[in-house]
Design a binder for this molecule. Structure first.
Ligand code: ASP
Length: 334
C-alpha cells in the first residue's frame, strides 16, 4: 500500500517538474522572439547600502520597477521607443525620490529649475528645455519642442510660454518642493558638504519593435546651482543621444564634465567609428570623465537591444527589461 502511494507520488512530482520545465522553455522562446528592450536610471552618486533603511531601499526598488514596467508595456503593446522613454521618465518625474520634476533639487536662490531632453534615433530629431520652473513634466516639453517647434532647445520664460501655448500641464513652483531637497540645499550652503554627493537625475533608453532607438533625460540639475547654470542633461550629445546606426544613451553625474567629454555622442561615435561594442564604449566614456576629474554614470542600449550600465560613483539607481523579458534592478556596485 505504502509503496503504491510512494510510486504515485513520485509520478506526480515528475509530472510537475516536466510541466515546470516546459513552461520555462516556452517563456524562454517567447523571450527570444522579443526585439525590444528598455533601460532606465534614477541618478548616480553616493548610493551605499549602509546608508539605506530597508524601507527606503524598497521605495526606490518599487518606483524603479514601476517606471521600467510602464515603459516596457508601451513597447510590448506596439508603442514607439519615444513614447516608452517619456512614459518611463514621467513615472520618475512624478516621484519625490528623484531629482527630476517633483523632487528636483534647489538652486542657490531656493528655486527649482528643470532641464530635460529627448532624441529620436530614427530621424536624429531632438528636443530640449532648460531652466523651467512651472512645467510639471519637462520631458513632455522636450518632446513637444521636438515635434511642434522648429527648434531643438528652448529655455526659461520662453520655454514656459511655449508649454502654455501647447496646453502642457502647468503647476505652481511650490509643487516641486520636497523637504529632502531643501535640506540638501541647506547642507551644501552650510558647507557641510562640498558638493551634492547624490545626484538623482532620471533617464531612459529604449529600442522598439520597429528597430528604432530613443533616449531621454530629465533633471533638476545640481543643488545650490547659480546664475541659471545648465548641466549636461538638456545638451544633445552630452546628456542624451540616440542614433539608429549605433545606440541610445542617457547620462547622469557631474554635468560640467559630461559636457566637456561629450559623453553621449562619444559613446555613439566610438561604436560607429571604432566599432566598439556598447559596453566597451560606455566603459571608455566613463573613464574619460574620470580622467577629467568628474563622476557619474550612463545607460545605453544598442540597435540589437544590448544594454549597458556604467558608473564611477558608489552606486547608480538603475533598471532594465531586456529582450528576453528579464527584469533587472540595481542600486549599488556589484
Ligand atoms: N547631470 C546633472 C547635471 O549636471 C545632474 C545629475 O545627473 O544628477 O545637471
Amino acid at each position: 500500500m505504502l509503496t503504491f502511494r510512494k510510486k504515485n507520488m513520485n509520478k506526480i512530482i515528475l509530472l510537475l517538474i516536466t510541466l515546470l520545465l516546459l513552461n520555462c522553455k516556452s517563456e524562454q522562446l517567447k523571450g527570444e522572439e522579443n526585439n525590444f528592450a528598455i533601460a532606465i536610471h534614477g541618478g548616480a552618486g553616493t548610493i551605499l547600502k549602509q546608508n539605506m533603511t530597508p524601507e527606503q531601499e524598497s521605495e526606490y526598488r518599487n518606483t524603479l520597477e514601476k517606471a521600467i514596467r510602464t515603459g516596457h508595456d508601451v513597447l510590448k503593446n506596439g508603442g514607439t521607443s519615444l513614447e516608452a522613454v517619456q512614459k518611463a521618465i514621467i513615472v520618475m518625474e512624478d516621484s519625490p525620490l528623484f531629482n527630476a520634476g517633483k523632487g528636483a533639487v534647489f538652486t542657490n536662490e531656493g528655486k527649482n529649475e528643470l532641464d530635460a531632453s529627448i532624441m529620436d534615433g530614427k530621424t536624429l530629431k531632438a528636443g530640449a528645455v532648460a531652466g523651467v520652473t512651472v512645467v510639471k513634466n519637462p520631458i513632455v516639453l522636450a518632446y513637444t519642442i521636438m515635434e511642434k517647434s522648429p527648434h531643438v532647445m528652448l529655455t526659461n520664460k520662453g520655454a514656459e510660454a511655449f508649454a502654455k501655448e501647447q496646453g502642457l500641464e502647468i503647476v505652481d513652483p511650490s509643487y516641486f518642493y520636497t523637504e529632502k531637497a531643501f535640506k540638501a540645499l541647506e547642507k551644501v550652503k552650510n558647507k557641510e558638504k562640498e558638493k551634492d554627493s547624490k545626484f538623482g537625475t532620471v533617464g531612459c533608453v529604449a529600442l522598439d519593435k520597429y528597430g528604432n532607438l530613443a533616449a531621454g533625460t530629465s533633471t533638476g540639475g545640481m543643488t545650490n546651482k547659480k546664475w541659471n547654470r545648465v548641466g549636461d542633461s538638456p545638451i544633445i550629445g552630452a546628456g542624451t543621444y540616440a542614433n539608429n546606426k549605433t545606440c541610445a544613451v542617457s547620462s547622469t553625474g557631474w554635468g560640467e564634465f559630461f559636457i566637456r567629454a561629450t559623453v553621449a555622442h562619444d559613446i555613439s561615435a566610438m561604436m560607429e567609428y571604432k566599432k566598439l561594442k556598447v559596453n566597451q564604449a560606455t566603459k571608455e566614456a566613463i573613464n574619460k570623465v574620470a580622467n577629467l576629474g568628474g563622476d557619474g554614470g550612463v545607460i545605453a542600449i544598442d540597435k540589437k537591444g544590448n544594454i549597458s550600465f556604467d558608473f564611477n560613483t558608489a552606486g547608480m539607481y538603475r533598471a532594465s527589461i531586456d529582450k528576453s523579458g528579464k527584469l533587472y534592478i540595481g542600486m549599488y556596485k556589484e
